[in-house]
Design a protein around this ligand. Structure first.
Ligand code: NAD
Length: 298
């Protein structure tokens, strides 16, 4: 038997599955629950335990980790008679790694405190590849003591792990992350269309750009998506649309102007309205192509 804390993992999607598997590889006992049965089978095949409900998953856990799409899903799994707060033991540590509004994280921490459950918001950046390779950046909000307790576990999931401040501040930093990533992808997409229309070899161009000041993790990770028009997610446009809503709303609340971010938020929304919500966010390239009357066939 492992002496490591017992983990309940709720939400085994594109990110949750490989992250939970990294904990299993590190020796943590992991019991999981998610909506798709194939994902539960994948967890069991990796050495975890599939639970039939949230209540069953969290009943015996020392640490509960959640990784679901957005605020409504976090609220659905946390609250109510079948939720985490009602069914986890007092003093359980709840680490929500979903990207949600800072206010939802603050409210959750408050509600959990009434049940003596400790909460950290710990959203991540690095994408599916970062989850698989356990090199995520993890931005944490919450009490220092809880962060210190969570740190060994977070180190099996990521490489850059920083406490940013009190509850909700991890989410605020993640919102800034999503602003930077969206603007960066849009700039890369515009460069791709410009380069192709100019008749320059795209692979050569992106290779040399990646080595200069224009280089970025976005360019390195998404170069092949652009070149091959491979828009399988990855990170879905639907989720980035949600995140652009979070950052524009939060910026408005504090009186920060996001002139370029607001335009890119509109471009993400437009892509979604055109039916591309299920594609990877590198599909911002499709929006630029449409605006440029780019020859189709991709
Ligand atoms: P996903 O849609 O692939 O997975 C979400 C999972 O949540 C699904 O398996 C679903 O079954 C589960 N879920 C939803 N409602 C549930 C409920 N009521 N009970 C139990 N399980 C439930 O999403 P993802 O891409 O893994 O993203 C998860 C979170 O991580 C999002 O907030 C996203 O913004 C963030 N994120 C994603 C990426 C990425 O590259 N995909 C990168 C960084 C952060």
């Amino acid at each position: 038997m492992s002496n490591l804390p017992k983990i309940a993992w709720i939400g085994l999607g594109i990110m949750g599955s490989p992250m939970a598997e990294n904990l299993i590889k590190a020796g943590y006992p992991v019991t999981g629950f998610t909506l798709e049965s194939d994902k539960l089978e994948r967890l069991a095949a990796a050495g975890g335990t599939a639970a039939g409900s949230i209540a069953e998953a969290v009943a015996d856990a020392d640490i509960v980790i959640t990784m679901v799409p957005a605020s409504p899903q976090v609220e659905a799994i946390a609250y109510g008679p079948d939720g985490i707060l009602e069914n986890a033991r007092p003093h359980t540590l709840l680490i929500d790694m979903s990207s949600i509004t800072p206010q939802t994280s603050i409210d959750l921490a408050q509600a959990a405190a009434a049940k003596s459950i400790r909460v950290l918001d710990a959203p991540v950046s690095g994408g599916e590849a970062g989850a698989l390779e356990a090199v995520l950046s993890i931005m944490v909000g919450g009490d220092q003591a809880d962060f210190d307790a969570a740190r060994p576990l977070l180190e099996t999931l990521g490489k850059t792990i920083v406490r940013c401040g009190p509850h909700g501040s991890g989410q605020t930093v993640k919102a800034a992350n999503q602003l930077i990533v969206a603007v960066n992808i849009q700039a890369c997409a515009e460069a791709v269309v410009f380069l192709e229309k100019s008749g320059v070899d795209l692979t050569a161009a992106l290779d040399v750009l990646a080595g200069g000041l224009a280089g970025s993790t976005v360019l390195a990770r998404k170069k092949d998506n652009f070149t091959n028009r491979d828009f399988r997610p990855g990170f879905r446009i639907d989720l980035h649309h949600k995140d652009m809503g979070i950052v524009t709303d939060a910026a408005r609340t504090v009186g920060a102007a996001l002139p370029v971010g607001t335009v890119v938020a509109g471009l993400v929304a437009s892509l979604r309205a055109q039916g591309d919500g299920g594609l990877d966010h590198s599909a911002l390239l499709r929006g630029v192509e449409r605006l440029s009357g780019h020859p189709t066939g991709h």
